[in-house]
Design a protein around this ligand. Structure first.
Ligand code: SF4
Ligand code: SF4
Length: 126
């Protein structure tokens, strides 16, 4: 993750980004039946002891789901927590499968984009 950033969170910017995919996000969150059927399609879940925090549904609900439920009104600590999920716990390989058709990678990618605009991202050159 980037070094400590004390810049205030630009919540208006986050709200605008959420608004662009509001319908899809809302539908995805409503549709999720918490059935865990997506879990075994994620290699990170399978290779990290089946730790629930690597379940695709956990990752999308606790990233974009959190941003959506808080309507973008998040503090930096929350953004950092979300950043840890979307940058460290998912590689956006797009292999996760939801029988209900939820586009989990797209939801996590949106959370990544939002984090990036607020300076919360992974630095690969360190
Ligand atoms: S994302 Fe799909 S497969 Fe995963 S828990 Fe939700 S409904 Fe089930
Ligand atoms: S996109 Fe993320 S959640 Fe989906 S299978 Fe790949 S690493 Fe797992």
């Amino acid at each position: 993750m980037a070094e400590q950033n004390n810049t205030p969170v630009a919540t208006e910017k986050i709200k605008k980004m959420l608004e662009r995919k509001k319908d899809k996000t809302k539908l995805s969150l409503r549709m999720c039946a918490h059935c865990t059927l997506c879990a075994e399609s994620c290699f990170l879940f399978m290779t990290r002891g089946k730790d629930p925090k690597y379940m695709p549904s956990y990752k999308f609900i606790n990233s974009i789901g959190k941003l959506y439920k808080k309507k973008g009104e998040v503090d930096r600590a929350t953004l950092e927590e979300i950043g840890d999920i979307v940058w460290n716990d998912c590689v956006l390989c797009t292999r996760c499968y939801c029988p209900l058709g939820i586009d989990i990678p797209d939801m996590i990618a949106l959370a990544r984009s939002i984090c990036r605009t607020q300076g919360v991202y992974r630095q690969y050159d360190k």
